[in-house]
Design a protein around this ligand. Structure first.
Ligand code: COA
Ligand code: AMP
Length: 641
């Protein structure tokens, strides 16, 4: 970066690292505290850090009550735009507060208190947001499970989070089908060892199934949302310590068991509030539309918490970027609701571009309110970046983050300074993040050299404090490899202007349409098939979704099964055990998996062969013939689909 360019950004970034206490205590003034914190960072138990010791607050109060008390009660807080129902409904801050108070009363009546967990398994309806804020209001801890996950994935999360109550809805509407949630919840409850006392069901008229259909069948009680809220007493916000957990959000790791990322109340409220103006340029009263799902971290942070903490208006969209009804859906929303910032995943723009490359749909809408598009969730390929920039005529800002961090690690902080954007780069480390690129021996790498992207500890407020119930896994997965640093699991480099380029994961996590999946978990599903000896799942390039999983399967000796039957079985198993959203369709039978002499599958080499890239035969290979056989299979395009 030249000396003049980026001065404001650089000064603020420096202050966030070198005058950390002052920087974050100043930022903490952006939220309302019952007891203000006495310090910013508590590092007495490093590498476990706690932010804002001594501070007490309530996140739900900060997201709702304080705006109403400040006279903004009649301002829209949440607009539910349902392409599925073809209408939108607006909740003002006062109305949303009333609903949240009432539902907090319901949860409390069902025994939920500070520190208890509530699992929320819901489609994109206002009740999902209400349930989250009501849980936070009680000082309890929510864990939202993405509605596209199958019963098995829900069960794993229930057993780990051990909730008192599950909140769900009769179902969701996907363009191709109605998704009934209640049979999935019932099945998940059968699979768990943890007993859930209470399920609360929001009945949707379009989807069959009611609480009454399930109540009495087992010793879990099922209740109807509407009946319960009719008779409930509004519940006031409960003060919690800044370091008390607000939520657990599960994400995929290298192994099959998901990791429960724990977010605190205080650091989260401060960081997200700070980010709204400094990164996204958003001010109170302005409208943000984040096209994601409340089940993902982007949805937690920029559909629900950040816009409401900042007193802005958020759009909760139940629909897809294409097909509901067409590739103009996002532009219609921007126009209808006067959206200033649109935030989505590159895959959504790729899907829109594929349907409407000449942007005829866009031409139908005048959208002068749109000032920025922010993209995250996966690498933004330069082609999509250029298309979106030229088509929309507004800055298209790539920014990089993870479920673990909860807010961006790298971004162009448009509220601080307008800096040039570079295709393929999410720009610069966000204030609070002290980023380095290290080689395998923990040596810093020079400009342009690709290596492990790490963040010097402490991570800033708002990032994970640990993994739920598993400090050891947190340490082992993120902190042990490079002592003093957090391992992001992404590789990349920094160019001579200071722009960071994030190239991809260094572990066995793949990114499908901006969603993260563990190849290990998929291999575990495949291993359950009686014909399968072993398999390797790798992420292969996909024009729309970035990556999709492809399974390379070795059959047990003597087994005969047709490719078609095997493929059908495995696709069905994956949909049933992980969910349709894994987009698993490709199965290839091969004679053997390429491995090292110590038995490790050579995934990187497999990926390179499948992508038709140049590869170097690893020195540690066990049997070089296996690679030749794989190459031949790929060349012949043999896929059992
Ligand atoms: N509940 C139940 N099922 C769901 C679901 C949900 N919430 N979300 C997706 N699914 C199902 C879909 O119905 C589909 O099932 P099918 O195979 O029976 O048709 C499958 O999961 C795959 O869905 P999806 O990923 O939506 O793929 P698609 O091909 O239907 O649509 C895109 C492609 C690009 C339009 C879509 O992936 C998309 O909108 N991506 C945006 C991603 C995003 O918001 N990421 C968040 C990170 S910021
Ligand atoms: P998730 O935790 O599901 O949000 O996935 C996080 C992962 O998505 C990161 O570790 C990256 O691999 C990838 N990712 C997210 N945003 C970006 C981005 N802007 N550029 C490149 N990769 C990204």
């Amino acid at each position: 970066m030249t000396n003049t360019l980026g001065t404001a950004y650089r000064d603020i970034h420096n202050a966030s690292i070198h005058e950390r206490e002052k920087f974050w205590l100043d930022a903490a003034a952006g939220v309302d505290w019952y007891t203000p914190p006495t310090a910013a960072l508590d590092d007495s138990e490093a590498p476990f850090y706690r932010w804002f010791p001594g501070g007490t607050l309530n996140t739900s109060y900060n997201a709702l009550d304080r705006h109403v008390l400040a006279g903004r009660g009649e301002q829209p807080a949440l607009i539910h735009d349902s392409a599925v129902k073809g209408k939108s409904v607006t909740y003002t801050y006062s109305k949303l507060l009333r609903e949240v108070e009432k539902f907090a009363g319901v949860l409390s009546r069902h025994g939920v208190a500070k520190g208890d967990r509530v699992v929320i398994y819901m489609p994109m309806i206002p009740e999902a947001v209400i349930a989250m804020l009501a849980t936070a209001r009680l000082g309890a801890i929510h864990s939202v499970v993405f509605g596209g996950f199958a019963a098995n994935e829900l069960a794993v999360r229930l057993d780990d989070a051990r909730p008192t109550v599950v909140v769900t809805a009769s179902g969701g509407r996907e363009p191709s089908r109605v998704v009934e949630y209640l049979p999935l919840v019932a099945k998940a409850l059968e699979l768990t060892t943890h007993h859930v006392d209470t399920v609360i069901v929001k009945k949707r008229p379009q989807v069959p199934g009611t609480a009454a259909d399930y109540d009495g069948l087992t010793n879990t009680r099922w209740f109807d949302w509407k009946n319960e809220t009719k008779t409930s007493e509004p519940h006031a916000a409960v003060p919690v310590a800044a370091s008390d957990p607000l939520y657990i959000l599960y994400t995929s790791g290298t192994t099959g068991t998901p990791k429960g990322v724990v977010r605190d109340n205080g650091g989260h409220a401060v960081a997200l509030t700070w980010s709204m103006e400094n990164i996204y340029t958003m001010k109170p009263g302005e409208v943000m539309f984040t096209g994601s799902d409340v089940g993902w971290v982007v949805g937690h942070s920029y559909i629900v918490y950040a816009p409401l903490l900042a007193g802005a208006t958020t759009v909760l969209y139940e629909g897809k970027p294409v097909g509901t009804p067409d590739a103009g859906a996002f532009w219609r929303i921007v126009r209808d609701h006067n959206v200033k910032v649109l935030f989505t995943a590159p895959t959504a723009l790729r899907a829109i571009r594929k349907e409407d490359p000449q942007a005829h749909e866009l031409a139908k809408y005048r959208i002068p309110s749109l000032e920025h598009v922010f993209l995250a969730g996966e690498r933004l390929d330069p082609d999509t970046y250029h298309w979106a920039t030229e088509t929309l005529g507004v800055p298209v800002v790539d920014h990089w983050w993870q479920t673990e961090t909860g807010w961006p690690i790298c971004a162009s902080p448009r509220g601080i300074e307008v800096l040039p954007l570079k295709a393929g780069s999410p720009s610069f480390p966000v204030p609070g993040y002290d980023l380095e690129i290290l080689d395998e021996r923990a040596e810093p790498l020079p400009h342009l050299a690709e290596g492990n992207i790490v963040i010097r500890l402490p991570l800033p407020p708002g990032t994970l404090t640990t993994l739920w119930g598993n400090d050891d896994r947190y340490r082992a997965g993120y902190l042990n490899e490079f002592p003093g640093y957090y391992l992001t699991g992404d590789s990349g480099y920094i160019d001579s202007d200071g722009y960071v380029f994030v190239m991809g994961r260094t572990d066995d996590v793949i990114n499908v349409a901006g969603h993260r999946f563990s190849t290990g978990a998929m291999e575990a599903v495949i291993a359950g098939h009686p014909a399968v000896a072993e398999s390797a799942v790798v992420g292969v390039n996909d024009d729309i979704k970035g990556q999709v999983p492809a399974a390379y399967v070795v059959l047990k000796k003597g087994v005969t099964i047709s490719d078609e039957e095997l493929s059908r079985d495995l696709v069905a198993r994956m949909r049933e055990q992980i969910g349709a959203v894994a987009a698993f369709h490709q199965v290839t039978v091969i004679p053997a998996l390429p491995k090292t002499r110590s038995g490790k599958v050579l995934r990187k080499t497999m990926r390179q062969i499948i992508a038709g890239e140049h590869y170097v035969v690893p020195a540690t290979i066990d049997d070089v013939e296996v690679l030749a056989a794989l190459e031949e299979t790929v060349r012949r395009g043999v896929v059992a689909r």
